[in-house]
Write a protein that binds this ligand. Structure first.
Ligand code: ACO
Length: 429
């Protein structure tokens, strides 16, 4: 692991007749970032980058992405190797602690999660007070937000290391039961208690369905590994932004979870299945929908296509595509939307509109098909994403805490009215 080197290089910025020297910071893979943090003080200018498309908001040693080459690494380990060899709990440990665990460390870590597998019973009452048809993301968001109420000491999770780790174990430990509670509340089924003899993912399936299928558990474990972190995406950046005010871990994660809900982020997996179903019901004419996606007058977009960072392929999508066939075979499921998905992918990739804009299937394009095969209802998909992304969010929050970064506070370019006098009601037209 290498920290950011002392700036050796500078770039010159010329504003009018004045020249300013800006340091260039260099990452582990020689990525370069121009440090503009002192620009306002020295030049009176802010930088402008709507949507933070080109702004590094932090240094980080958790996850590396090269969107052009399709590389995703956690703490240096390629995602393909982690998907093949690691378990979800091992990846959690890696994200939080920088190194892969020894056997003893892993079993200690997993025991901590088991010790915290049962959430406060009051969460069930909160869920019971919500309408059964409430969106699962609203349900999970509500009970994550409620956790500081049950663990008041967690407000010190920013300050105190023991409380910090207890809060981390609690959240990771509780999350499978919380997701299962949401599912069962919506299905109108009785809640199931965790079984301490089972591993993390098996226990989740036990609390969801009351039974565990080993092949399903294996596939789900891999799917969760593939979702575990993705550096400074919308939800992780939200966790960091909220966390930078020194808010407790639960509250910061609740903020990130809300950001995940949107259809342009974690909500996309739900939208993909809805889109594939709609195409099927409309006769399966994939070309018609390709044409709609290309039509700038039509708001329709191909859900599950395109990515802010990956511009050639999403390495997670490659692994998931392989798993989709494996899971459907193992469970003996013939899902007609899979054929539509494959047809859509083939036609889109061959179409210059998509290739010229570097639009390829992202992680969500196939994950929904697997979730469906696992018996997870479509509105629950984004909650499943949250279950997978939780360790990444926590690692981002923890890193922020340990780096002592300042509170997040972007600037703006104001484009509204300049100063004007108050208009009395009778003078307004
Ligand atoms: N279908 C059709 N056209 C698209 C799509 C799409 N899915 N995605 C982008 N484009 C087009 C845009 O219209 C734009 O065209 P133009 O240059 O002619 O104006 C061009 O491609 C660039 O698109 P942007 O929106 O500027 O790309 P950006 O990087 O901002 O957006 C995003 C990335 C939000 C993922 C976008 O591709 C999208 O909306 N995809 C569908 C939703 C989706 O799958 N989201 C999940 C992302 S993965 C994740 O969060 C886990």
């Amino acid at each position: 692991m290498s920290d950011v080197a002392e700036p050796q290089e500078t770039v010159e910025l010329k504003i009018g007749e004045e020249s300013y020297s800006l340091p260039v910071i260099t990452g582990s893979y020689q990525e370069k970032g121009i440090d503009i943090s002192k620009l306002l003080k020295t030049t009176g200018h802010v930088t402008f980058d709507e949507g933070f498309k080109n702004t590094g908001s932090t240094t980080s040693s958790i996850t590396f992405i090269d969107g052009i080459k399709g590389i995703l690494e956690h703490r240096g380990y390629p995602i393909e190797q982690l998907a093949d060899h690691s378990s979800f709990t091992e990846v959690m440990f890696l994200l939080l602690n920088t190194e892969l665990p020894s056997a003893t460390e892993l079993s200690h870590f997993e025991q901590k999660l088991k010790d915290n597998a049962t959430p406060p019973v009051g969460l069930r009452a909160i869920l019971d007070s919500l309408p059964r048809e409430a969106h699962p993301m609203s349900m999970i968001g509500t009970i994550i937000s409620a956790l500081p109420g049950f663990y008041p000491e967690s407000v010190d999770s920013w300050k105190n290391e023991d409380i910090r780790w207890n809060t981390i174990y609690r959240l990771l430990g509780h999350m499978p039961a919380m997701v299962a509670y949401v599912y069962r509340r919506r299905q109108g089924l009785a809640y199931i208690d965790p079984d301490p003899s089972l591993g993390y993912v098996e226990n989740f399936l036990h609390m969801m369905y009351g039974e565990v299928n080993a092949e399903v558990a294996e596939a789900l474990d891999t799917l969760l590994v593939l979702h575990a972190d993705h550096e400074q995406n919308c939800s992780a950046a939200t966790v960091r932004m909220a966390g930078s005010s020194h808010v407790n871990l639960f509250a910061a994660i609740a903020a990130g979870n809300s950001a995940l809900w949107g259809p342009l982020h974690g909500g996309a997996n739900q939208k993909v299945i809805e889109m594939l179903e709609a195409i099927r019901e409309d006769g399966g004419d994939t070309q018609k929908y390709i044409d709609k996606a290309k039509d700038k007058e039509d708001p329709f977009r191909l859900m599950g296509f395109g990515h802010r960072v990956y511009k050639n392929f999403d390495p997670r999508a490659k692994v998931i595509k392989m798993y989709t066939d494996k899971v459907l075979d193992a469970l003996n499921i013939d899902d007609p939307v899979l054929d539509i998905a494959k047809g859509l992918e083939k036609e889109a990739i061959a179409d210059p509109y998509f290739s010229s804009r570097k639009l390829f299937p992202n992680v969500d394009f196939y994950s929904g098909i697997i979730y469906r095969a696992l018996g997870i209802p479509v509105p629950m998909f984004t909650v499943m994403f949250a279950l997978g992304r939780l360790p990444g969010w926590i690692a981002q929050w923890k890193e922020l805490r340990e780096s002592g970064q300042a509170i997040g506070r972007p600037r703006q370019i104001y484009t509204g009215y300049t100063k004007r006098d108050y208009t009395p009601m009778e003078d307004r037209s």
